[in-house]
Design a protein around this ligand. Structure first.
Ligand SMILES: [Zn+2]
Length: 439
């Protein structure tokens, strides 16, 4: 498909480039051109490789094109646990309300529950997710079928998945579909034996690959690791060589100065999950310190059981608001920095560099935001509007790999994912009835 977006404001997220008015063209899965509107009659050579005809021309009416949001940490299929066990501490929530019910899920259930999350991602302008959950094959199939870009990471621990499976998925799921990829990962230090951690370090070295994991989410987790090993999780994983080829830690709420020195030295990313950390009373991540230290930060929603929504607008607001509260400094983590975390940094940490900014040759993963809404007026500082007053109700269109997967047409939501939302809702209800009502 050759698509022309014209009459747009454009925020490319390229360093130092302000919002400008112009147009953007896509061809197949790529951005062909982004820039000023070429004057009528401009020779082809000066206007990029303009296609002979358009499959579709979209008048953006002054609204904003920007890169789609990257949700850098989620457990999508936990949609079935949404609002099921709220207002509980993390350990009880996990052991009493999550693990026993997850045990009843089939691989097919997980695919269906992931599709429910995909509907939510699309309405919220999310064009890529970093996923950690069970049965990666059915998750890959659900994402591929609906057109969602996904980077899965292993959730290996003492009770489920195994290094052999990690290896198998790493080799098989990285070449199956351009929308899906797989990275090494494990659940967390506290659910993995020392032997298992060493085996994962061995895999990282064999594949020369980054590794992703939950890390220092709660104070109890960090203290438990100190008791078990005499060092923090960050120091332990670093010493084991797990992060010798990069990677990222999810949460990283309770790091100390030495942890941050290690993260910087090894160029390990931080994926912050402010809503989940707040709701589970885990704490506030030291984002200002990460920024000062030059540690890359991305943003994730975490799963819908602990958040409970998959909304990057809410995460962006919380990321900056909580950083301001934590430091007592209203200038902490400004809006443009937050927007960079939710787009460019997410793309880099997720190993999707071709989706980071809007530029010719990059993948066409982008969104159109409605600025003609009360919460986005006046149009004075667009990045600040998006972070401080924007909401998912401003998302008019979500494109992934050059395909429009979601759009608002005259107020009506249209999904182009090959399935009807009502059918997905019905299937999810049936899964819920089976899991929670049948003995
Ligand atoms: Zn998580």
């Amino acid at each position: 498909m050759n698509i022309r977006f014209y009459n747009a404001r454009i925020l490319t997220m390229q360093e130092g480039q302000p919002v400008f008015s112009g147009e953007l063209w896509t061809a197949e899965d790529r951005i062909l051109y982004v820039g000023d509107t070429p004057p009528a009659g401009t020779p082809r050579a000066q206007a990029g490789d303009r296609p002979a005809c358009w499959d579709r021309e979209i008048d953006c009416r002054g609204n904003l094109l920007m890169p789609g949001f990257k949700n850098a940490h989620t457990h999508s299929a936990m949609t079935f646990l949404r609002s099921h066990a709220d207002d509980m501490p993390l350990d009880r929530w996990l052991n009493e309300q999550v693990f026993p019910f997850e045990a009843k899920l089939t691989p097919q259930d997980i695919g269906t529950l992931t599709k429910l999350a995909i509907l939510e991602y699309l309405t919220g302008g999310v064009t890529g997710i970093m996923e950690m959950y069970l049965t990666p094959e059915t998750i890959a199939a659900a994402c591929s079928g609906c057109g969602m870009r996904v980077v899965q990471v292993g959730g290996c621990n003492n009770f489920s998945q195994s290094p052999e499976l990690l290896e198998k998925w790493y080799e098989e799921l990285n070449h199956a579909d351009p929308l899906t990829s797989f990275q090494l990962g494990f659940h967390a230090e506290y659910t993995c034996s020392p032997d298992l951690l060493e085996t994962i370090a061995g895999l990282a070295h064999r594949f020369r690959a980054p590794v992703f994991t939950h890390c220092e989410e709660t104070l109890a987790e960090t203290q438990g690791c100190m008791e078990r090993y005499g060092k923090t999780p960050v120091a332990l994983l670093s010493e084991l060589g797990i992060w010798d080829f990069g990677g990222a830690g999810y949460h990283l709420v309770h790091t100390n100065e030495e942890d941050r020195r290690i993260l910087k030295e090894k160029n390990i990313g931080v994926v912050t999950n402010p809503a989940s950390n707040a709701k589970l009373a885990s704490g506030i991540a030291p984002l200002s310190e990460y920024l000062t230290d030059g540690i890359p930060v991305a943003i994730g929603t975490d799963g819908p059981a602990s958040n409970n929504c998959l909304d990057m607008f809410r995460e962006m607001f919380l990321a900056t608001a909580l950083a301001k509260l934590r430091t007592g400094d209203a200038s902490a983590v400004p809006a443009l920095e937050v927007l960079r975390m939710a787009t460019v940094n997410g793309a880099h940490i997720m190993r999707l560099p071709e989706t980071d900014v809007l530029a010719a040759g990059k993948l066409a993963d982008l969104i159109l935001l409605d600025l003609q809404q009360p919460n986005m007026q006046p149009v004075w500082d667009i990045p600040n509007n998006i972070v401080y007053s924007g909401s998912k109700s401003n998302v008019m269109l979500t494109m992934i790999g050059g395909v429009i997967r979601y759009e608002l047409c005259g107020g009506e939501q249209r999904f182009h994912i090959g399935e009807e939302p009502a059918d997905i809702y019905r299937e999810v209800e049936a899964i819920q009835r089976r899991i929670f009502m049948e003995k």
